[in-house]
Write a protein that binds this ligand. Structure first.
Ligand code: UTP
Length: 302
């Protein structure tokens, strides 16, 4: 794959899931056995990404620590006969170089992406949100398909898309699309968290992007929203209005985007990953079934 760099913004405050995120990054919250951001990095590695630039901020140092090679821990596991646990640290050895830069003020996702410009602003790059897992095993090939489309279509930007229920459009960036031509879904507009009535459709932006450097210029020219945040979706819309070619690639129908940015979706994601754990999944399913039966019985009795 020609594009081998991904920008991973992890600098947000995560205020929607306080107090969980008071002193730990949202991107380090556990989902099943791993922190969210580990799924993101593993997905990127399996899609040929070899350089990751984290856009980080105050209070997020545990993310960098998580991807360091911890020789002391490895030695301790060896010395105490716990070699079996070493497999859990295999992700430290992925063929990835990590880079970090700080977003010093939390001025929105668009602003976080703009922080990458001085470092990687001359080459096309993948952007992957650090709080969103794609696919239950994080084994989606969406990023490879997006990069292929980026090259084949000579696009300026490629956006991952997922259909959502009409009543949920106000939680996402939503795109407008033209008729599909030769399997290519041209995006003709993008709007951040529209009301149900204003939404141009139900295709949501699914946390993965490929951009050529034109995005930085569009971000510089984009107005902040009424909360003072620079929205990436607004910059994509500006790109389109400037005549850029922006194309969508849909997630496979059996692949979901899991975002853990609010309690409802975090709880659902945690439950789904736990119930499908290779070792404890069936036991957890039996436990939940039994618990729900008990609740039903209590309700019938009460
Ligand atoms: P969100 O849009 O969920 O924003 O971030 P947030 O600020 O973390 O959450 P709330 O609204 O306060 O609850 C999506 C991704 O973009 C990053 C986040 O870290 C997350 O991975 N982000 C967001 C930044 O890097 N910087 C920002 O200013 C905002």
């Amino acid at each position: 794959m020609s594009i081998n760099i991904a920008i991973v913004p992890v600098a947000g405050l995560g205020t929607s899931v306080l107090p969980l995120t008071k002193s730990q990054p949202k991107e380090m919250l556990a989902v099943g056995r791993k922190p969210v951001v580990q799924y993101v990095v593993e997905e990127l590695a399996s899609n040929g990404i070899q350089r990751i630039l984290f856009i980080t901020s105050q209070g997020k140092s545990s993310i960098a620590a998580h991807f360091d090679i911890d020789e002391n821990l490895i030695q301790y596991l060896r010395e105490t006969g716990r070699e079996n646990s070493l497999v859990e640290l295999a992700y430290e050895r992925q063929n990835i170089e990590y880079f970090y830069t700080r977003q010093r003020r939390q001025l929105g996702l668009g602003h976080a992406v703009l922080c990458a410009e001085p470092l990687v602003g001359k080459e096309p790059a993948v952007v992957a949100l650090g709080d969103s897992i794609i696919g239950r095993r994080a084994s989606s090939d969406i990023v490879s398909r997006m990069v292929d489309t980026f090259e084949k279509e000579k696009a300026d930007a490629v956006i991952a898309l997922e259909p959502v229920a009409a009543e949920d459009v106000d939680q996402y960036g939503i795109v407008d699309t033209a008729e599909q031509q030769n399997g290519c879904l041209r995006i003709t507009g993008a709007v951040e968290k529209p009301s149900v009535n204003e939404a141009p459709g139900n295709l949501s932006i699914a946390a993965r992007y490929v951009f050529n450097p034109a995005i930085y210029d569009a971000l510089q020219k984009t107005q902040a929203d009424r909360h003072g945040n620079l929205q990436l979706t607004d910059a994509i819309d500006l790109l389109i209005r400037q005549g850029a070619k922006v194309v969508g690639v849909k997630l496979q129908p059996d692949v979901k985007r899991y975002d853990i940015g609010n309690f409802e979706s975090y709880f659902k994601t945690f439950l789904e990953f736990t119930l499908s754990d290779p070792e404890f999944g069936s036991e957890m399913q039996a436990f939940v079934r039994q618990y729900l039966n008990q609740l039903d019985q209590h309700e019938q009795q009460g």
